[in-house]
Write a protein that binds this ligand. Structure first.
Ligand code: SIN
Length: 287
């Protein structure tokens, strides 16, 4: 273990920070990153929602060891895994594929009763141009709601499902990966529209257009109207930061605090990312 001199610089007003002065390969060395460095990263993660690290050409073993500093690994049910590493999911778009993974705004795994807390994505192959990932803060989005809207949604819950995205009838399932369409793995759950962040207690809007299928007890039309109003507010409020990848870049995001989407703007080029998701805790309503 070496003592590392971390520097943390915000990426934008509401979301994201760049972390430098650290060699994440140390995560797999005896003693790992050490408790002080780990605590600084945890604090920065809770504060900024997503952390960016540059020039970290770490091995899969080191990637796993880094993730295990924060929580146990939550194995993705739908993406193909890296050979020999069931805990590392491949986020791959081949040259001849049309669809990408994560191409719409979402939060990972919200269809699970206890969703993955965080995702740690490492760029292995990037296209010459394009393929950025856009992040935004759902805490800042909540804060900026009108008091009327806050009162309307305070005690509501939403249905979340993986069926329409990863199930047998999902139109792009077969093209993206052979584990998509896995009927045994699809499922759903409900979560409050406003959750209390497990570390900071901050109120977070916890709905997303990819996995939410409706508001509990509301008609389809009523649900769609309210959800679309919330989605427009979240996306258009300036709570965002767009990250440009290089091979060896890492983004580590907090699924309780952020949304993200991967741009699909690099036709004919390959993009390969390795993603580890780490376990979360049951989500409490903020009301
Ligand atoms: C994801 O949605 O987890 C993938 C994001 C990306 O590939 O940039």
């Amino acid at each position: 273990m070496t003592t590392q001199q971390l520097t943390i610089e915000p990426a934008s007003e509401h979301v994201g920070a760049f972390v430098s002065g650290i060699d994440l390969a140390q995560a797999a060395a005896p003693g790992g990153l050490g408790p002080e460095t780990t605590a600084v990263i945890k604090d920065a993660w809770a504060k900024h929602g997503v952390l960016f690290f540059r020039e970290q050409p770490i091995t899969p073993e080191q990637h796993m060891a880094f993730a295990e500093h924060f929580a146990a690994i939550d194995i993705n049910k739908f993406f193909a895994a890296v050979d020999g590493f069931p805990g590392i999911a491949q986020v791959l778009k081949e040259k001849d594929q049309e669809h990408n993974i994560g191409g719409g705004w979402h939060t990972d795994h919200t269809y699970d009763a206890v969703p993955a807390r965080g995702s740690i994505l490492l760029a292995r192959e990037t296209p010459a141009t394009g393929g950025d990932t856009h992040f935004l803060s759902v805490g800042a989005a909540y804060d900026a709601l009108t008091e009327d809207l806050k009162a309307t949604i305070a005690t509501l819950e939403a249905h979340h499902s993986s069926e329409h995205v990863f199930g047998a009838k999902a139109e792009h399932a077969k093209e993206i990966g052979d584990r998509f369409g896995n009927a045994d793995a699809v499922g759903g759950t409900t979560h409050p529209l406003v959750i209390k962040h497990p570390e900071t207690g901050r109120k977070m809007l916890y709905v997303n257009a990819a996995f939410v299928t409706g508001i509990v007890g509301w008609s389809d039309d009523e649900s769609t109207d309210l959800l679309n109003q919330l989605y427009r507010h979240i996306v258009n409020g300036g709570f965002d930061y767009r990250f440009e990848w290089e091979v060896g870049s890492i983004a580590m995001w907090d699924n309780c605090a952020t949304w993200h989407m991967a741009y699909n703007d690099y036709p004919g080029q390959r993009r390969l990312m390795h993603r580890i998701t780490v376990e979360g805790v049951a989500l409490d309503a903020a009301a």
